[in-house]
Design a protein around this ligand. Structure first.
Ligand code: SAH
Length: 215
């Protein structure tokens, strides 16, 4: 079992400095990144050396753990209050989930790939991090737990699934990378108090695809 030692803590501090230099300014987000041992979210020890570099890499089942900058950028966009109800689509390794838990949110997260869902659930429980994980299709959201203050999609969606804005509270928002090619646009979709939806495009990112009907 790999532990979290002073060497990992030092590497994490360097990563936090790097993210700050790249423009992440929310102190709560930087603190959360500084607290989550990313090396414990990687199954293949061949990748341990890479854990605190600002890169994405494979986590098995053909999936990737998101780049720390992307995790920090999306988390910063959420800007919720502690206790806010957040739905994450694409649990993957659980790294982003752990960062959201450290932010003090009440976290719900959906993963379509069953082996990943099971492994990540065990991992988060083992780390003493409390989140509600589901195995299912993120296109449908989590209607039983709705409405949410924020919804965060961590896979590239070909379009904005109708069910997601419908599960937002008025005044809430959805952060979702949208696009069919290798690159997506990071879209923030604000749900106004009257229910109207306002789009904002926040630049180009790369995610693994959000798959449909493949649970
Ligand atoms: N947040 C993750 C990122 C993992 S990559 C992390 O920090 O590690 C994106 C994840 O989205 C993959 O695990 C993939 O299996 C999952 N995914 C893809 N399509 C999905 C869908 N329709 N519903 C739920 N999860 C989906």
């Amino acid at each position: 079992m790999v532990k979290d030692d002073y060497r990992h803590q030092g590497l994490r501090k360097r990563l936090v400095d790097e993210l700050r230099n790249k423009g992440i300014s929310d102190p709560q987000v930087l603190k959360a990144i500084g607290e989550v041992p990313r090396h414990l979210f990687i199954d293949d020890s061949a990748f341990l050396e890479l854990a605190y570099q600002d890169i994405a890499f494979p986590i098995g089942c053909g999936q990737t753990i998101s780049q720390p900058y992307t995790v920090a950028f999306q988390t910063q966009l959420l800007a919720g209050k502690p206790g806010a109800k957040i739905l994450e689509i694409g649990t993957g390794s659980g790294y982003q989930t752990a960062v959201l838990v450290k932010m003090g949110y009440k976290v719900f997260s959906i993963e379509r790939h069953r082996p990943l869902y099971i492994r990540t659930k065990e991992r988060l429980v083992g780390m003493g991090l409390k989140a509600s994980l589901f195995h299912g299709d993120g296109y449908l959201g989590a209607p039983k737990e709705a409405p949410f203050d924020r919804i965060l999609v961590t896979c590239g969606a070909p379009f904005i699934p109708d069910d997601l804005p419908a599960q937002l509270k008025p005044g809430g928002w959805l952060v979702i990378p949208v696009g069919e090619g290798e690159e997506q646009r990071m879209i923030k979709l604000d749900k106004q108090l009257d229910g109207a939806l306002v789009h904002q495009d926040l630049g180009a990112f790369r995610f693994v695809p959000m798959l449909k009907n493949k649970v």
